[in-house]
Design a protein around this ligand. Sequence first.
Ligand SMILES: C[S@@+](CC[C@H](N)C(=O)[O-])C[C@H]1O[C@@H](n2cnc3c(N)ncnc32)[C@H](O)[C@@H]1O
Length: 240
Amino acid sequence: MRYVELKQKGYFPVKVLIIIKYRVFLCWSDGLISDKTAEKFAKYMKKYPNLYKFLACSVQKHTTNAHLVIIDLGAGPGLLSLELHKKIPNAKIIGVDPLQKMLQLANENACFDTFEALLGSSENIPVEDDSADIIVSRFSLPYWKHPNSSFTEIYRVLKPGGKIILEALNRDFPVWRLFLIKLHMLLNSAGGDVTRYHLDAYKTAYTIGQVEQFLTDANFHIIEKEGSEKDWKFLVVAEK
Ligand SMILES: C[S@@+](CC[C@H](N)C(=O)[O-])C[C@H]1O[C@@H](n2cnc3c(N)ncnc32)[C@H](O)[C@@H]1O
């Protein structure tokens, strides 16, 4: 329906917002987005470097020496990898993602010698057993098709004493508050595709309690938790 027709039917502004809301909410994706959406996601997220700086600081807090191997799992366009490099310049950083386009963007954004982009997923991390000091993952968990086997895979790849640092969208966060964030995204030119991508994540997001269960089932020891039920995200750190 065109704008004029909608206006004649008296749909503006409230009813149109409701239509947009439900159209955005009812669409579903398997988490693997188009090249165009990946580009738009990267462009939008570049407006919020502090989100990546915050997580890079948490990772730095958990580093014991400078020459680490860090895996950025579900690295997307490499914005976290870049911030990690700024904080821990001697670390080797491996960005893993199932989308070729995301890896291309990661290579452009995380443009430093010690960065490597690898095609893979949480279910199949293309590195040897006991080879990583830290695996960090930001807002990728809802897209993992098999979380239980993913945490077992993370355990395989970490060195003994290695850590998983997971930042994730909180499933306990009230959906109406999430809509306010998404409205903010639309108003800040995120575009419908990127906003929908974020909303899809909410449907398959987990609570902090569920994540703790995944981790203990995979034999990890939880050493740190941040975030309450009311927060939109939480952080969990666990050790092998
Ligand atoms: C919302 S984006 C977050 C990207 C990046 N971590 C960031 O914060 O900018 C989610 C990322 O997870 C990736 N992804 C989807 N399924 C995955 C899986 N099974 N294992 C690892 N990454 C996955 C997507 O391709 C995408 O790059």
